[in-house]
Design a protein. Structure first.
Length: 600
């Protein structure tokens, strides 16, 4: 066997891979040891190229599966051929192996592209194959792995849309290889190899623009090297002028390959124009020289009027805001400091212009922080079965259909059973304690979390109730409310008054009765210390499911919170920091969607 360095060089040469020496060493070491390998990285960094190259290098048959939220268990493990079953019944010869069983029986490689886009039920079929070297196939029996079987999978980072976090059990069976965007010089070489006739300056400009999108404050997910390749291909045909050609090419190639932040006030076109202008303000380096990185601060940044990242107290904010009047804030820590202190800061600002600037910064920083804390979000799906209708793109349930048509001389459309994977619709009442223990930034954080979750998950409708001695409905079910306005209202609120949890819970059930779906849940965020009103345990009993998120404080009441959750058929969660709330809310929604707790 050749040594690892020789194998890396061979893979690079055979598959045209630029760089990636360390990554290839780790990947080859993993599969040579028959360890299942997970390659994780952003879109467009070459995960699939790396995985298929390593798999092909082993010299065994590779079975490829592309992850999809509609992928079924039968597609992965195998299915029965209907004509044979109709003639001979459920015999072994009627079974058509899926890619998993084929890879197991041949001792080959199962390559799963974007595993975390698959439904959880499909993912879990892999566990016995990876752990015990076997799976049980109904009506067939045990299928065992032959020596050499290994799984190589890829996944996008968990903060990307339409991905699902793998279960701990499945993650525990993989070795993890993290890959990121390559150095700028390597990306330039990749584009130059792909398009050898392209001029050096054109390649440099297009690569620079693609890389700049990855660090731009208005862009959540930047462009991959594919955007640079497309820009180079398009620019020369769009204009003889370099700048004009690159600008037009960027407006075509970049929008489909980036994702804007939800809180961005700029359009995609405006951001691209800004980046192109910034790019052409730099001189093109001579061929072979290292260009300046768009991720690094350039000389003059400190003189531009933008504040450097630092800790700040309330007294520091006013001069900072005066300095940046009319500008934007690109620093997360400082922006979040303004958001946390906004309820007090707004009284220190005499200028309406500065007050509006502080408000806008606080809103954006709050939403951005929630997005960072949430990371990936995706509700589990469940299978809905029904009869076939012409034009339907649903999957046919072969086993169920065969059971229905056995013995029939004529097959009718209603005999064909189809299944769709769909997420459950949820109606959520978020009830926030706005009494003395809750300040505006805490209310804004919690409300922004549920609002962002509803936006991301699409099937969640929510209502928002805040309360002290009396409840206030901030947003009703099915009501469309701008997220900026919602966060702004709560950032400006002051924590005042007594605490009447009983009345707030009753308001929540009253609003939930208007829900279109029966899948309803209440989430109460409080320290449990009620000072007026009746004991809230009886009101909690009116909920189908009520979850209580208790915020720890010196006078929090865990016994009362636990009792409310128990009476409401839910659970209590304790948080010591409001940074924990977004993920707790997401965990609750997943539990409800999965049916982890029985409906009452």
């Amino acid at each position: 066997m050749m040594n690892l360095a020789s194998e890396v060089a061979e893979v690079q040469k055979t598959h045209g891979i630029v760089g990636r020496v360390t990554e290839l060493e780790k990947a080859l070491a993993s599969v040579r040891s028959r360890k299942h390998l997970m390659i994780e990285g952003p879109v467009g960094v070459g995960k699939t190229v790396l995985a298929t190259a390593v798999a092909a290098h082993l010299g065994v048959k590779v079975y490829r599966v592309d992850g999809d939220e509609r992928y079924t268990e039968q597609k992965l493990s195998g299915w029965f051929d209907p004509p044979i079953v109709m003639q001979k019944g459920y015999i072994r010869d009627a079974f058509v192996p899926g890619p998993l069983t084929e890879a197991m029986q041949s001792g080959g490689v199962l390559f799963i592209n974007e595993l975390n886009r698959m439904p959880e039920g499909v993912q879990n079929i892999l566990l016995p194959a990876m752990d015990e070297g076997m799976i049980e196939v109904p009506k067939v029996g045990t299928v065992r792995t032959e020596p050499g079987f290994v799984i190589i999978a890829t996944q996008n980072p968990r903060e990307f849309v339409a991905t699902t976090a793998l279960s701990e059990a499945l993650s525990d069976r993989f070795e993890l290889l993290l890959i990121d965007y390559q150095p700028e010089a390597e990306e330039i070489e990749i584009v130059s190899r792909k398009l050898p006739d392209a001029g050096h300056e054109l390649v440099f400009r297009c690569v620079w623009i693609a890389r700049r999108t990855r660090s731009h404050p208005n862009v959540r997910r930047g462009a991959s090297i594919r955007a640079a390749i497309s820009m180079v291909e398009l620019a020369g045909t769009l204009s003889d002028d370099l700048i004009e050609g690159v600008r037009k090419a960027a407006q075509m190639a970049v929008p489909t390959r980036i994702e804007m932040r939800e809180e961005s006030n700029a359009t995609v076109s405006e951001v691209i124009d800004e980046i192109v202008n910034e790019c052409f303000s730099l001189p093109a380096p001579p061929k072979g020289a290292s260009p300046p990185s768009p991720r690094e601060p350039r000389e003059g940044d400190r003189k531009s009027g933008h504040p450097v990242q630092k800790a700040a107290g309330i007294s520091d904010f006013v001069p900072i805001l005066e300095q940046m009047n009319g500008g934007e804030l690109d620093y997360d820590d400082l922006g979040w400091s303004i958001a946390r202190n906004y309820s007090h800061l707004r009284y220190s600002l005499d200028s309406p212009v500065l007050a509006e600037l502080a408000r806008r910064i606080a809103i954006r920083a709050t939403i951005r922080r929630v997005l960072q804390l949430l990371g990936p979000v995706s509700l589990p799906t469940h299978v809905e079965r029904g009869s076939f209708s012409p034009g339907s793109d649903a999957e046919i349930d072969i086993d169920e259909t065969l059971e229905r048509i056995m013995g029939h001389e004529r097959i009718e459309p209603e005999d064909i059973v189809v299944e769709n994977r769909v997420p459950r619709e949820l109606s959520v009442a978020l009830i926030l304690d706005a009494s003395l223990s809750m300040t505006g930034d805490k209310l804004a954080m919690a409300s922004a979390a549920i609002a962002v979750l509803a936006y991301r998950l699409k099937t969640v409708d929510y209502l928002l109730v805040t309360f002290n001695d009396r409840p206030t409905t901030v947003k009703r079910l099915a009501e469309s409310k701008n997220l900026d306005d919602l966060v702004s209202d709560l950032l400006s609120s002051n924590a005042i008054g007594y605490t009447n949890i009983d009345l707030a819970l009753r308001k929540g059930t009253e609003e939930l009765h208007r829900a279109r779906t029966k899948n309803r849940v209440g989430i109460l965020i409080t320290d449990g210390n009620f000072t007026v009103g009746e004991d809230p345990r009886e009101a909690a009993s009116a909920y189908r499911r009520l979850f209580v998120v208790m915020t720890e404080s010196h006078d929090c009441k865990p016994v009362e919170c636990e009792a409310m959750a128990s009476n409401g058929g839910g659970q209590m969660f304790t948080v010591s920091s409001f940074d924990e709330i977004p993920r707790v809310l997401y965990r609750v929604l997943r539990m409800v969607s999965q049916g982890a707790l029985a409906q009452r």
